[in-house]
Design a protein around this ligand. Structure first.
Ligand SMILES: Cc1cc2nc3c(=O)[nH]c(=O)nc-3n(C[C@H](O)[C@H](O)[C@H](O)COP(=O)(O)OP(=O)(O)OC[C@H]3O[C@@H](n4cnc5c(N)ncnc54)[C@H](O)[C@@H]3O)c2cc1C
Length: 469
């Protein structure tokens, strides 16, 4: 695909739409909007535009469509698969000024937001009404609802409450040609035509730009309790995950951290929990609900299962300070890995009962390719973040052989009935592995869908779908 390069006339016209304060070609701005949180990738856009509202955004899209300029939509820039990278230059279209909570409909448990509302700000606002928006990616303090929708973000509480797509009722979207429409209805049920809302969710900014969202809310649970359970081997820890769910308890979080993850984060945060030498992995478990007594009963049942699967030590947190400490440790594992080494993160997901095989397989592949890995994640969903650590792996092997090792990890996921990404998306980085999961006919259908929304291929180029040979 040949894209037009930005001319002085384009700059004048686009500046005319958003205003000179919100169109920038300053090198530090181009640099800042040229990366996200995905390892060390950096691209330079030709201009950054920050429209004030959906109408301005639609005008920018219509102009770029007519002029054949590529556009990369951007939310909070916390993506881990490179979805917001301006891989072919062109325009970065930042949604950051579309940041209002437009209405909270207490009677219908709904909220209408613009895309740049930060996840935590939405949660705080609806909490005042005794309601909550459950999807809570660990990046909730900085990622936007628009980015969460585009990536179908999950998070620790997905095991009980589901992921972003489970909370979407209706979306206002702008297509690449600048046309704007609502995809659904503000109803809990909808059997009217193709479900475009769910097609847009998780499409990583490649089909349309989301400019408003109507989201479902639930009652805020009054109480929660957390447990940190230590295991001397990883297999028992991952098997206990199914054991807990089989007992009939659905925890509001069921997270796995292998030993290095907790050690690294404790060093980074200067926070401590007692960890015996022989411990190989931890499960962080949270239960929540409206009634304190029934929560205590649930915790007792969880204790029994943990003991049955050989947990050597269980740390119990029932007050806010202790709970925050445990969640601080879990939420900062990604930062700790980042601080410790050059790494690559894969967002593997398998049917939950296959987690032991996934973990053992990843370690075996690592031994053959000469890399170490630190694994942690949302074990209750079978979603394991595999952080491949460069450590002292020779640069040549890292540059030239690692790709084959990653491919083997994805082949293993597929063999176990899983797939390439559970919540971070494919973006720029994982698209070269899409053939592991999808055959040619499946990829061709996806290309046709992309083409129906974006016939000129201008919206978020080089994302999700692999290049054609
Ligand atoms: C420390 C850390 C922890 C994380 N933990 C989690 C976790 O627990 N669970 C999880 O799922 N993810 C997690 N992430 C990944 C990331 O935060 C999510 O993918 C998040 O949803 C990205 O949101 P964003 O606003 O930063 O989007 P960006 O990174 O800006 O963009 C992501 C994608 O969305 C597209 N996009 C953005 N806004 C729009 C819009 N309005 N319309 C259409 N497309 C749009 C972009 O083009 C891009 O493809 C974590 C990231 C970090 C750094």
């Amino acid at each position: 695909m040949a894209y037009q390069r930005l001319t002085a006339q384009h700059v004048d016209d686009l500046t005319g739409i958003v205003g000179s304060a919100y169109a920038s070609q300053a090198s530090e701005i181009l640099h800042a909007y040229g990366h996200d949180y995905t390892e060390d990738y950096q691209f330079e856009p030709e201009i950054v535009l920050i429209p004030a509202n959906a109408d301005e955004l639609a005008k920018v899209m219509a102009y770029c469509y007519q002029q054949e300029l590529p556009i990369t939509p951007r939310g909070g820039g916390t993506g881990l698969s490179g979805g917001a990278l301006p891989a072919v230059g062109g325009v970065v279209l930042s949604t950051e000024r579309l940041n209002r909570i437009l209405s909270i409909d207490e009677a219908n448990f709904q909220v209408t937001v613009e895309p740049a509302v930060i996840n935590q700000e939405l949660r705080d606002a609806v909490n005042e009404y005794g309601l909550t928006y459950p999807p809570d990616p660990a990046s909730k303090g900085s990622s936007y609802i628009g980015g969460n929708l585009a990536e179908n973000a999950g998070g620790p509480r997905a095991v009980k409450y589901g992921v972003t797509s489970d909370y979407v009722l209706n979306l206002e979207v702008v297509l690449p040609d600048g046309s704007k429409f609502w995809t659904g209805a503000n109803t809990l049920k909808n059997a009217t035509g193709y479900n475009l809302s769910q097609l847009i969710v998780g499409s990583e900014g490649t089909l349309a730009v989301i400019t408003k969202a109507v989201l479902k809310l639930v009652t805020q649970p009054k109480h929660s309790l957390s447990l940190l359970a230590a295991f001397d081997n990883q297999r028992n820890a991952t098997k206990a995950v199914n054991g807990i769910l089989k007992s009939g308890i659905v925890p509001s979080a069921l997270e796995f951290m292998e030993r290095d993850a907790i050690d690294w984060v404790m060093n980074l945060m200067d926070l401590r929990v007692p960890v015996q030498d022989q411990v190989a992995a931890h499960l962080l478990i949270e239960v929540d609900g409206q009634h304190w007594e029934s929560l205590q009963e649930e915790v007792e049942s969880v204790y029994e299962v943990l003991e049955e699967y050989g947990s050597s030590e269980i740390y119990y947190a029932d007050n806010d300070q202790d709970k925050q400490k445990l969640w601080h440790l879990r939420s900062n594992v990604a930062e700790a890995v980042h601080a410790n080494s050059i790494y690559k993160e894969e967002d593997t997901v398998v049917p939950r009962a296959s987690l032991p095989e996934l973990l053992e397989g990843v370690k075996e592949i690592g031994e053959r390719y000469g890399f170490k890995s630190v694994c942690y994640g949302h074990a209750g969903d079978g979603n394991m973040h595999v952080n491949i650590i460069k450590g002292d792996m020779p640069q040549y092997r890292w540059d030239h052989e690692l790709k084959d090792g990653i491919r083997e990890i994805f082949e293993l996921c597929t063999k176990l009935g899983g797939t390439l990404s559970g919540e971070h998306g494919i973006g720029y980085v994982q698209r070269e592995y899409m053939d592991v999961r999808f055959d040619a006919a499946h990829l061709q259908l996806m290309r046709k869908i992309k083409n129906a929304f974006d016939p000129k291929g201008l919206l978020n180029p080089k994302k999700v779908l692999p290049d054609r040979d």
